[in-house]
Design a protein around this ligand. Structure first.
Ligand code: ATP
Length: 443
């Protein structure tokens, strides 16, 4: 399978099976905006839930937050986002007028028509809006470009209300917006996206130690959720390419079909944010560890993942295409088969309940009973339409780890067949033991 082909295949699967749709499609689409369909939203929610569990519940000293998307514009002045710090260099072709990010270009000529390019000019990425009925300078506000600023705004509130022991962390998941010059590669680079960020506040002298610790933790999270080791690597960002707030940055890269690309950044932000917000707001954001020590600005280690980019990586990593078809007990096929080997925790649907054949009311009745019993516990589908092999393949294609088949033996022995998506092995399980069995496999 050619690399370009893989991307097209994933986009086609996403549309065909209801993972991701182009936004505003009936109006011809709206560039770089995507909608998550019924399976896509389940997958994304599962990714967010795994991240949230890992970064809050499994930790002793990290708590969550959900701050506003639109905040005081003064925040973005203090953070450096409204100045040259958060701007890309834009060039335009003098002939075809297409615009490009200068650092993405390999040559000095237009990649579309070979025309001459203009001199680069700075282009700020903040998305502007107006708050209130009058559209004047006083009502200008911005959609947040990163979720972490909401965390810094609430750093003292959280520290005081949650009585956290230092060092501690605050985690947040939410939308962020950037007016990207060249959004591209499906959901990889869009103007509206979701971030999952954790900010770790520590002593300045411990910052490097925690940087390495969190980088290791974050890599492990991907491995635990099944990303293949050979498809992940890290990139130490050279000093001259660091973002305006960063003292050190390491990107976690995934091997997409269009190259090694960043899906997460781990940053040492030093005291950039807290000291600048103190200066601009006039509020004291220094932290005190007790009488005998001078108050200080905690240094911040940030882990920042794109929910959409990581979802894209999980999909690419899980995708398998078996050209001659995989062997089935019930039906062999020469058709192409697609299997998504997603980690069970991430699969949008965990279980499919399938009566062996449709026109036997006793089987349908039993299958519906099993479906009702499991429904409160798992994301589940019931499917009675078509040959059983075809129904298995429909589930394989969306990554459902278990298919339960109700057959005539079920009526006699009160057991059923559990088929494993990856091994295609089938085992008989008593219906009375089913919930325990499935919990042990999926959770
Ligand atoms: P890039 O260099 O690709 O523009 P960045 O280094 O500016 O990314 P960060 O500011 O470190 O990105 O943001 C942290 C994470 O947020 C990124 O690793 C990525 O997963 C996600 N992210 C950033 N920009 C976008 C975007 N335009 N579309 C989708 N996800 C994004």
């Amino acid at each position: 399978m050619s690399e370009q082909n893989l991307m097209e295949k994933i986009i086609s699967l996403c549309k065909r099976r209801g993972f991701i749709f182009q936004s505003s499609e009936i109006y011809g689409g709206f560039s770089s905006c995507y909608d998550y369909g019924s399976l896509g939203v389940e997958l994304k929610n599962n990714i967010k839930q795994e991240w949230w569990k890992e970064m809050t519940r499994f930790q002793e000293n990290i708590v969550g937050l959900d701050s506003a998307i639109i905040m005081s514009p003064k925040i973005w002045e203090a953070s450096g986002h409204l100045t040259a710090g958060f701007a890309d260099e834009l060039v335009e072709c003098k002939k075809c007028h297409h615009r490009f990010r200068k650092d993405f270009l390999e040559k000095d000529k237009c990649p579309d028509c070979g025309g001459e390019l203009t001199a680069p000019r700075k282009f700020n990425l903040m998305m502007k809006t107006f708050v209130g009925p009058v559209e004047d300078n006083a009502s200008v506000a911005y959609l947040r470009a990163e979720t972490c600023q909401g965390i810094y705004m609430n750093f003292m509130n959280v520290a005081q209300t949650m009585r956290l022991k230092f060092p501690f962390g605050i985690a947040q998941i939410g939308k962020a917006f950037r007016n990207e010059i060249t959004p591209k590669d499906f959901i990889y680079r869009t103007r509206e996206f979701e971030q999952m960020e954790m900010q770790w506040f520590c002593l300045p002298k411990d910052a490097e130690k925690f940087f390495d610790y969190w980088l290791g933790q974050r890599l492990n999270w991907y491995y635990k959720l099944g990303i293949k080791k050979e498809n992940l690597k890290i990139y130490e960002v050279p000093k001259n390419e660091l973002a305006h707030y960063a003292k050190r940055a390491v990107d976690i890269l995934y091997k997409f079909s269009f190259g090694w690309k960043e899906i997460e950044g781990v940053h040492n932000r030093g005291d950039w944010d807290l000291s600048n917000h103190s200066k601009h707001s006039g509020q004291n954001l220094k932290y005190s560890l007790g009488q005998e020590q001078e108050p200080f600005y905690p240094h911040i280690i940030e882990t920042s993942v794109g929910a959409d980019r990581s979802l894209f990586a999980f999909l690419c990593d899980a995708y398998e295409e078996a050209l001659g078809g995989r062997t089935e007990t019930f039906e062999s096929t020469k058709e192409k088969e697609i299997v998504l080997h997603l980690d069970k925790k991430l699969s949008p649907i965990k279980i499919a309940v399938l009566p062996l054949i449709k026109n036997k009311p006793e089987l349908i009745k039993k299958a519906r009973e099993v479906h009702q019993t499991l429904k409160p516990y798992f994301a589940i589908q019931y499917d009675e339409a078509g040959a059983i092999g075809r129904r298995y393949r429909r589930q394989d294609e969306i990554g459902t780890p278990f298919c339960l088949t109700i057959d005539f033996e079920t009526l006699e022995k009160n057991d059923l067949t559990v088929r494993d998506r990856d091994t295609m092995k089938q085992e008989r399980i008593k219906i009375d033991d089913l919930i325990d069995f499935l919990f042990s496999k999926i959770i």
